[in-house]
Design a protein around this ligand. Structure first.
Ligand code: CUA
Length: 346
């Protein structure tokens, strides 16, 4: 290939790689740099802001890097016919160039700022007041998410079920430290802060099973296990989920198992065999309402290790504690001897 063509070809390839990388990774199923497809208008807006910033950054990157590579070749010392020890021209200042490299980036940043702020109202998707929103009280705990469906009192843990097409209002609180609720397909993150109430509003456009829910704020040793799923289902399916999980109708053992998995098993193991927390299978506290309530509300502070166990069930109703006990008693690996242990298949 003639020398004069090598450089443009290299630059072209380089530009193609940069521009194509999100597509390539996306098609291969690798997340790459693409955000996931949103299923709400709020999520679409966030993705739009992302792509505008990405495109602008890519253009700036290509222009700057291409100029750099061009200069390396064009003004290198050993050009054909150049004198080996020649000195370049001594330039002191160039007002035009200096004004340009100040004004252009400033205008780019100003444009980005105006565009970004113009999109904020769409991201926030504030409630209009006259809408029949589904309200879910979300309580963040170390290290799980509790969902209480306000109208029915139904509960779920680490799994949020939502009807498709309806306006959703999540009311976020924390029982202990800062956490952050985040499902990239739905909308942006929002923190759950002790002593404060935050809200998130969005409307889902289609059914989906999302297993991408995470806690976005480092909140302690099991932060990475505060993952959760969101199932967006047709209205009929949502209605039967609610009627099956209202306090009157719920399968106590199934709900207790969900509680165990969310609140206990992440530290003590699913069979209570011990993990980063001690083994607790067969412990008498597990089936005693009074002492279990105290443990769940206060956690454990050891002299050598304050905060040894977080107050994982702070704010739980006695009903919730009884549900957990019902599950423990039903499971012969967990139940204390003589308290249901060995009586069922677990
Ligand atoms: Cu909760 Cu990190």
């Amino acid at each position: 290939m003639p020398r004069s063509r090598v450089l443009p070809v290299l630059l072209g390839l380089f530009g193609l790689v940069v521009l194509a990388s999100p597509l390539t990774f996306g098609l291969a199923g690798i997340p790459g740099v693409s955000p996931p497809d949103a299923i709400t208008d709020s999520g679409d807006t966030i993705n739009r802001v992302y792509w505008v910033i990405y495109a602008l950054a890519a253009i700036v990157f290509i222009v700057v890097e291409a100029t750099l590579v061009l200069f390396i070749f064009r003004y290198r010392r050993r050009r054909p016919g150049a004198v080996a020890d020649a000195e370049g021209p001594q330039i002191h200042g160039n007002t035009t160039v200096e004004v340009l490299w100040t004004v252009i980036p400033a205008l780019l940043l100003l444009g980005l700022a105006i565009f970004t702020f113009s999109q904020v109202p769409d991201v926030e998707a504030k409630p209009t007041g006259d809408e029949d929103a589904l309200v879910v009280d979300v309580t963040a705990h170390q290290f799980y998410w509790q969902y209480r469906y306000r109208d029915s009192g139904a509960l779920s843990y680490d799994r949020l079920v939502l009807p498709v097409g309806r306006k959703i209002s999540l009311v976020l609180r924390s029982a202990d430290v800062d956490h952050s609720w985040w499902v990239p397909e739905l909308t942006g993150k929002r923190d759950a802060i002790p002593g404060r109430t935050n809200e998130l509003h969005f409307r889902t456009r289609r059914t989906a099973s999302l297993d991408s829910g995470v806690c976005g704020e480092f909140c302690g040793i099991q932060h990475a296990r505060m993952v959760f799923r969101v199932d967006v289902v047709p209205q009929g399916e949502f209605d039967s989920f609610i009627s099956d999980t209202t306090p009157d109708a719920v399968d106590q053992i199934a709900l207790g198992k969900e509680q165990w998995r969310a609140a206990c098993a992440k530290c003590h193991g699913f069979e209570g065999q011990g993990d980063i927390g001690p083994a607790i299978a067969g412990n008498n506290t597990l089936t005693n309402l009074e002492s279990l309530r105290q443990l769940l509300y206060e956690g454990q502070n050891l002299e050598a290790n304050p905060g040894y166990m977080p107050p994982v069930g702070k704010g739980w109703t006695d009903e919730q504690i009884r549900t957990l006990i019902a599950y423990v008693k039903s499971n012969d690996k967990l139940a204390p001897p003589g308290d249901g242990g060995g009586q069922s298949g677990g």
